[in-house]
Design a protein around this ligand. Structure first.
Ligand code: ATP
Ligand code: MN
Length: 462
């Protein structure tokens, strides 16, 4: 008999029909006359209740049906008498695919802590919470492609292994096939990378942006969506060593066009998730974050505040608030500063622009004042920075001068500079950390809980 997914079973048209469902048992309870099994197959947060009339089944048959076991059930879909469910299945046929020993299956009771579940990351997708988070994550990934594809952006795949150590976004993981216990050396005692796989030092990418600019200055508008890697030892609830980033890059966009796109984009993703993952988001709101839906709708329906870094610093200085890291013009804003602006001062998402050039990357467009660059960071409640971007420096001479000032090796830069040498155009782009978006939409508070298998310092389990 053809299987129906549980997501499709709560359909009045199926009432009174024979159905077949397959899934994992969440709970079993009952007495010697009747047994109730809550079954989930991952297609929805909802369980279907299966009723076993014990005149028709033996105790022996039901014995292996314990939490975590996998079964196939055929029966009649009927309206439910029970509270909170619309329909249930009167079982006629039961097949047990696999048992789950109650002594050793780790997900016995409800309400395991998120910390406990991180240690069981191989099984946690079977919990309500992680099922919900992973479905939201998948839906957001789809929304991202949909948004850009419908706008005529092209999906560009930038390399994960790179030979430039100047992407400028953080420490890198080296990639090598050299024997680490017996490194080949050159005459002057340096590691002889000519014997390495690529004949030179290589690393995992921290950002696809520089290659993204090559795409934008050919195809007009592109986006990347792929994993990036940062070997920073930042043990925070907002940093991963391996995370996914979306990086649109657009020719003929100035910083204002860039801000407009960023705002439209995050609002689209949030709206899409609210429309398509309502059950999951409601579950997460109920269990973790009562204000979640209100916060999402609030972001959706308000214009983001736009102001310069200089104005932002002035507000922070005049706030009278005691920050752990003191504020003065020129500092890199910490999450406490960003969150003050968003959560306490404006009570809205904020886009800060025109940062001091010394705390931003070399490729950002230099302002007339000689001190600031046309950068933009989008700051969100509970998260802080969710997007970082800029208008790019399109002028060959100014860009070259900045590269030289920062001692960035030319061997890495010649191909990038060619975009400014041949048919340069004004262009802009930004990077959205995918997990920070998933954090925001799910109301989770630790980034380790919004990616199936988190990689963080000292942790590459599963
Ligand atoms: P932060 O200041 O929060 O460390 P960043 O300024 O280093 O971030 P960018 O290089 O601008 O970040 O990267 C673009 C986006 O990628 C950020 O706005 C953020 O959403 C995300 N991001 C950056 N680093 C991480 C990380 N380690 N883990 C998860 N997401 C990240
Ligand atoms: Mn940034």
């Amino acid at each position: 008999m053809k299987r129906t997914k549980i997501a499709d079973i709560f359909n009045p048209a199926l009432l009174g029909q024979e159905v077949c469902v397959k899934g994992w048992v969440r709970t079993r309870r009952g007495n010697k006359y009747v047994q109730f099994v809550a079954l989930n197959d991952g297609s929805t947060i909802k369980n279907i209740q299966i009723v076993f009339d014990m005149n028709e089944f033996t105790d022996e048959q039901l014995k292996p049906v314990t939490t975590g076991s996998s079964v196939c059930v055929e029966g009649l879909l009927v309206e439910s008498m029970g509270k909170g469910q619309t329909c249930e299945i009167q079982a006629k046929k039961l097949e047990v695919y696999g048992t789950a020993d109650p002594e050793t299956y780790p997900l016995q009771k409800k309400g395991h802590t998120l910390e406990f579940l991180r240690e069981k990351a191989h099984l946690r997708p079977r919990t309500n919470t992680f099922g919900a988070v992973l479905r939201v994550r998948s839906t957001l990934a789809y929304a991202i492609h949909k948004f850009f594809q419908e706008k005529g952006f092209f999906y560009l795949n930038t390399p994960l292994i790179t030979a430039s150590d100047c992407e400028g976004a953080g420490a890198m993981f080296q990639v090598t096939t050299l024997p680490l216990n017996d490194l080949p050396k050159t005459e002057d005692g340096q590691v002889d990378y000519s014997q390495d796989f690529f004949g030179k030092p290589t690393a995992l990418t921290v950002s696809g942006q520089l290659e993204g600019e090559l795409g934008a200055t050919a195809l007009g508008a592109i986006y990347t969506f792929g994993p990036t890697f940062r070997a920073e030892n930042s043990n925070t609830p907002r940093h991963l060593s391996e995370f996914w980033m979306i990086e649109p890059e657009m020719a003929f966009y100035d910083i204002t066009d860039n801000m407009d796109l960023a705002e439209e984009f995050v609002k689209y993703c949030i709206g899409y998730a609210l429309d398509h993952c309502r059950d999951d988001i409601e579950f997460l709101a109920e269990h973790f974050d009562k204000d979640l839906i209100e916060r999402l709708e609030f972001v959706l329906h308000n214009d983001f505040v736009r102001l310069t870094y200089t104005e932002g610093v002035k507000i922070l200085e005049e706030s009278g608030k005691k920050f752990e890291f003191p504020v003065s013009w020129g500092i890199d804003l910490q999450s406490e500063h960003e969150r003050y602006l968003v959560e306490e001062h404006f009570k809205k998402p904020v886009i800060l622009t025109d940062y001091p050039k010394d705390i931003k990357a070399f490729y950002m467009k230099q302002n007339e004042d000689g001190k600031t660059v046309r950068a933009m960071d989008v700051l969100f409640p509970n998260i802080g920075e969710i997007i970082g971007g800029s208008e790019r420096e399109a002028d060959y001479d100014k860009l070259l001068k900045r590269i030289e000032e920062l001692n960035i090796p030319m061997k890495d830069m010649w191909w990038y500079l060619d975009t400014r040498r041949f048919g340069t155009v004004p262009h802009s782009g930004f990077g959205l950390g995918f997990e920070r978006l998933v954090l925001f939409v799910t109301g989770m508070t630790n980034i380790r809980d919004v990616i199936p298998f988190p990689r963080t310092p000292n942790n590459a389990e599963f």
